[in-house]
Ligand binder design. Structure first.
Ligand code: 4AD
Ligand code: MG
Length: 463
């Protein structure tokens, strides 16, 4: 006989009255000397299947290892449930215990552990209802992303994780080396001799696949990347990870307006897809953590995002009369508190801010005629702040080169990127969506460490 997943046991009426085989991990067990009830979960759904043990057929000894966390194979008849809270249950006929879980040692014995505690046992937390739900939503969203781009003719481009260029120019990179750190080879000037390193030059983990993405877009037309990115910033916030996943579409012949249209359509599609395919999990998270979750998701999907310039946004903030921790005026980078004021208090809608001062944005963004601003676009979300950052790209060779020189970016690293502007340059645009920030929004969780299986943050690289 073949095992049936719990999700199918619970929804396939044709199985009622037949013999089935259920496998999974015990969530709880209760009962009396006549009958024992076990809640079994196999991760296929937030719901458990109830296994009923008629104690006339089983001995106490046989059921002794059936404790929270133990793993079982149960054969029996699937019947409509007499009790409340479930539609059907398995009346056990045979039991095999794959693995026991010592009651004293297994840390997920009791319910109601704090999220902070669960972070300390991230190797086991996927077995909780909360993390089961979050990880299923995460997986659903990942699939939605591929589906969205695939349906629109985008090619999935794999960009390198090891790189010699700093895309965002922020210098927050993790170095990759095989040199002996206790015995570094030196050149004549006394500096580390990277010619002896594995790649013959300094390399690091990528902060973004965009630059290579542009190479792809100016050949394949429209591409997207979806992979891990690494930032060595010392940002200990509920919205920053040192290792996070980013989706970066890049499109030839798109201007900033096309870019905004795509970004808006894209996030709405993903949220809708999650509502359609992960509603059980989202409803669970709503009940546990965030009473307004579904309303908020629907609101974002159903309403147009507000679009305005950075300058207009700053004006609203200055005139708001609100005391911000970080004062704001034209030229300052916006902090999360400013972004959230615009979104949550002023417009009460997602906002796309454009045309930021060039000083606070990356070198590759297209310069506006005013000489002061660039064609950047940040998508700002309730509860999250910045969820997407993107821009139209500077396609003019001379302007791009001038900006690179102005910022002192080493040219020898950028020759291949500049070639896109030397040979058949075209207007093009793209953006990056922080995957965990999207998962954060859709799950209603409040800390980014709780929406990635094994978070990496300053001082933490456990598991
Ligand atoms: O705004 P960022 O830095 O933009 C880029 O990297 C561009 N190359 C994207 C592009 O145009 N192709 O990052 C993009 C998004 C942010 O809006 C945010 O959602 C997320 O990535 N992000 C982070 N998420 C988690 N932890 C961090 N440390 C993040 N840094 C950025
Ligand atoms: Mg950004």
């Amino acid at each position: 006989m073949k095992r049936t997943k719990v999700v199918d046991l619970l929804k396939d009426p044709a199985l009622i009255g037949t013999e089935v085989e259920a496998k999974g991990w015990v969530r709880t067990r209760r009962g009396n000397k006549h009958v024992q009830f076990v809640q079994l979960n196999d991760g296929s759904t937030i719901k458990n299947i109830q296994i009923v043990f008629d104690m006339a057929k089983f001995s106490d000894e046989e059921l002794k290892p059936v404790t929270t966390g133990s793993s079982l194979c149960v054969k029996g008849i699937l019947v409509e449930s007499q009790g409340k809270g479930q539609t059907c249950e398995v009346q056990a006929e045979s039991l095999l215990v794959y693995g026991t879980a010592d009651v004293e040692a297994y840390p997920l014995q009791k319910k109601g552990h704090t999220l902070e505690f669960l972070r300390e046992i991230a190797h086991l937390r996927p077995r909780t209802n909360t993390f089961g739900a979050v990880l299923r939503v995460r997986s659903t969203l990942a699939f939605a992303i591929h589906k969205f781009f695939n349906e629109r003719g985008f090619q999935y481009l794999h960009t390198p994780l090891i790189t010699a260029s700093d895309c965002e120019g922020a210098g927050a990179m993790f170095q990759v080396t095989t040199l002996d750190l206790n015995n570094l080879p030196k050149d004549e000037a006394g500096k580390t001799d990277y010619s002896q390193d594995f790649f013959g030059k300094p390399t690091a983990l990528t902060v973004s696949g965009q630059l290579e993405g542009e190479l792809g877009a100016t050949a394949l037309g429209q591409i997207y990347t979806f992979g891990p990115t690494f930032r060595a910033e010392n940002s200990n916030t509920p919205r920053h990870l040192s290792e996070f996943w980013m989706i970066e579409p890049e499109m030839a012949f798109y201007d900033i307006t096309d870019n905004m249209d795509l970004a808006e359509e894209f996030v709405k599609y993903c949220i809708n897809y999650a509502l359609d395919h992960s509603l059980d999990d989202i409803m669970f998270l709503q009940e546990m953590y965030d009473k307004d979750l579904v309303d908020r998701l629907k609101f974002v999907v159903e309403n147009d995002f507000v679009r305005l310039s950075y300058g207009e946004g700053v004006k609203i903030l200055e005139e708001s009369g609100k005391k911000f921790e970080f004062p704001v005026h034209w030229g300052t980078d916006l902090q999360s508190e400013h972004e959230r004021y615009l979104v949550e208090e002023h417009f009460k809608k997602p906002v796309i801010l454009t045309d930021y001062p060039k000083e606070i944005k990356a070198f590759y963004m297209k310069q506006n005629e005013d000489g002061k601003t660039v064609r950047a676009m940040d998508v700002l979300f309730p509860h999250i702040g910045e969820i997407i950052g993107g821009s139209e790209r500077e396609e003019n060779y001379d302007k791009l080169l001038a900006r690179i020189e102005e910022l002192g970016i080493p040219m020898k690293d950028m020759w291949w990127y500049l070639d896109t502007r030397r040979f058949g340059t075209v207007p093009h645009s793209g953006f990056g969506l922080g995957f965990e920030r999207l998962v954060l929004f859709v799950t209603g969780m409040t800390n980014i460490r709780d929406v990635i299986p094994f978070p990496r943050t300053p001082g933490k690289a456990e598991f």
